[in-house]
Design a protein around this ligand. Structure first.
Ligand SMILES: Cc1cc2nc3c(=O)[nH]c(=O)nc-3n(C[C@H](O)[C@H](O)[C@H](O)COP(=O)(O)O)c2cc1C
Length: 228
């Protein structure tokens, strides 16, 4: 293996470029406020990795957890619903110190900021989105903070990304997706891509997270883009 001065210089340049890239990304995203809801479908890792990327890239993030979402987080990722979700994120490896500390709400906190159209944000994602939450969004049944925030986002014409997870989809699910899409939501199912040769579950998940971030308008350098 070559380790001469030229190699070291090249390595240093690569490192500097990466740091500069991170700095630029944080500067661009600093003025972005994003709402992320985690509902009770399988695939909570998609929501957690999205949070990691948004927080570390400098966004202000408001997190809403449904009761079922907390249960699935506990089952799939070892989250203890009795303890702090911030602590869980930190233990998962989210570098909270690199960004703004996120605000966390439970589904019953219906009087919180994102429940009102007067609260300005740059987009919301429900990741993963259960069929129940999808159905509520599709029919305007705004009975908790997640479904109310989605409802408000649609009427205010803000980006709303739903990441519905179920398989197979039944006709009711498909009809609800069509209805939500017609109302302005982006239906982005967690279908990973393989052309960047992901080697770990995290890399596979991040192929979806990158597309969610694109639709939220958040600058990211996750994964490779096809032929660019
Ligand atoms: C471990 C586990 C996995 C689940 N996976 C799914 C799923 O993939 N999709 C789905 O629509 N519901 C799934 N459910 C059922 C939802 O959690 C349930 O319908 C719940 O009422 C959804 O509530 P929420 O939309 O308020 O979070 C799952 C439940 C559990 C406990």
């Amino acid at each position: 293996m070559k380790t001469g001065p030229d190699q070291r210089k090249k390595k240093q340049i690569k490192k500097d470029l990466k740091n500069q890239d991170l700095k630029n990304k944080n500067m661009v995203n600093q003025d972005k406020t994003i709402v992320v809801a985690i509902s009770g479908a399988s695939g909570s890792i998609y929501g957690v990795r999205l949070l990691k990327e948004l927080i570390e890239s400098g966004c202000r993030v408001l997190i809403i957890l449904s009761h079922a979402g907390q249960k699935v987080l506990a089952h799939e990722m070892g989250y203890d619903p009795g303890s702090s979700f911030l602590l869980f994120l930190e233990e998962y490896g989210v570098e909270l110190g690199r960004g703004i500390v996120p605000e966390i709400f439970l589904q019953d906190e219906i009087a919180s900021a994102p429940a009102s159209g007067s609260f300005i944000h740059h987009g919301m994602a429900v990741v993963p989105c259960s069929m129940k939450t999808l159905s509520a969004v599709a029919s305007g049944y705004a009975d908790n903070l997640i479904t109310r925030s989605c409802d408000v986002g649609l009427k205010e014409k803000r980006p709303l990304v739903l990441v519905p997870r179920e398989t197979p989809f039944g006709l009711i699910h498909l009809a609800n997706m069509t209805r939500a899409a017609r109302a302005g939501a982006v239906i982005l199912p967690p279908i990973p891509s393989f052309y960047s040769f992901p080697a770990t579950i995290e890399e596979l998940v991040d192929t979806v997270v990158a597309r969610i971030m694109d639709h939220l308008g958040v600058v990211n350098a996750l994964g490779r883009r096809w032929r660019s």
